[in-house]
Design a protein around this ligand. Structure first.
Ligand code: ADP
Ligand code: MG
Length: 242
């Protein structure tokens, strides 16, 4: 599984400096949860990890390869990184099975049969094998998000990025998605998860990173950052979300 290292990353949109010098690393097989107020730069940071956003300055390394090096084969590097968004982004006109096979065939050049075999495996993993022939609109939000996770896993990522994967879900559907993520963590996947689910962070994360205004305010084990925060800004945020 992957390692991640972020060195002094800055990101501006015009005059707005959204990331103001971010340093952190994730070891192989670790789960790191990123928490913080809306607008603090969490999504931008996650998008900088797979270069969906180009940092204004600083370096991003995945498995020791510098993705911010202009000479790197970014498409090849990105193939090892799965991403799951708040909005599930499934293709509405394609079946669940086709949603999971299409990139395998087009990007990884797998045969249809091989792609379907791997899709089946991953649908089993997220508990949705019986929905292979369904269309996204026939699924609940929780099921759609589990399909999105299966689709990402079918590409054999060694790093998974999750950006508030349960924020768009009705409360009763959150648990099924978190339990798939918990299983993935137990299987040893390296994961970076932006979330407001403090109980998930407490239970599953090896580390919790608290961000505010484009900087990391606190970074440590969950029992420290959530259980016994050092900084007033962290305490204030936790008072609002807990
Ligand atoms: P968070 O995920 O913590 O809510 P974001 O990373 O989405 O925060 O956004 C941080 C700030 O950057 C916000 O003020 C947001 O409006 C701004 N921002 C994000 N993406 C863009 C963009 N593509 N262009 C301009 N501003 C952006
Ligand atoms: Mg966000």
């Amino acid at each position: 599984m992957s390692t991640v290292e972020i060195r002094n990353v800055h990101k501006s949109f015009g005059d707005l400096e959204v990331l103001r010098g971010i340093d952190f690393s994730v070891e192989s097989g670790q789960v790191v949860c990123i928490i913080g107020p809306s607008g603090s730069g969490k999504s931008t940071l996650l998008r900088c990890v797979n270069l969906l956003e180009q940092p204004t300055s600083g370096q991003v390394f995945v498995d020791g390869i510098e993705l911010t090096d202009p000479d790197v084969d970014i498409d090849a590097a990105r193939r090892r990184i799965g991403m799951v968004f708040q909005q599930f982004n499934l293709f509405p006109h394609l079946t669940v099975m086709r949603n999971i096979t299409i990139a395998q065939e087009r990007v990884l050049k797998r045969s249809r049969a091989e792609a379907e075999r791997i899709a089946t495996e991953n649908l089993k993993k997220v508990g949705l094998l019986e929905k292979a022939k369904a269309y996204p609109a026939q699924l609940s939000g929780g099921q759609q998000q589990r399909v999105a996770i299966a689709r990402a896993l079918a590409m054999n990522p060694s790093l998974m990025l999750f950006d508030e994967p349960t924020s768009a879900l009705d409360p009763e559907l959150v648990g099924e998605v978190l339990s798939v993520m918990r299983q993935l963590a137990q299987d040893g996947m390296t994961m970076l998860v932006v979330t407001h689910e403090m109980s998930f962070a407490r239970e599953v994360a090896d580390r919790v990173v608290f961000m505010d205004h484009g900087v990391i305010v606190e970074d440590g084990p969950p029992e420290q950052v959530i259980g016994n925060p050092k900084h007033e800004r962290t305490r204030e945020f936790l008072r609002r979300v807990l």
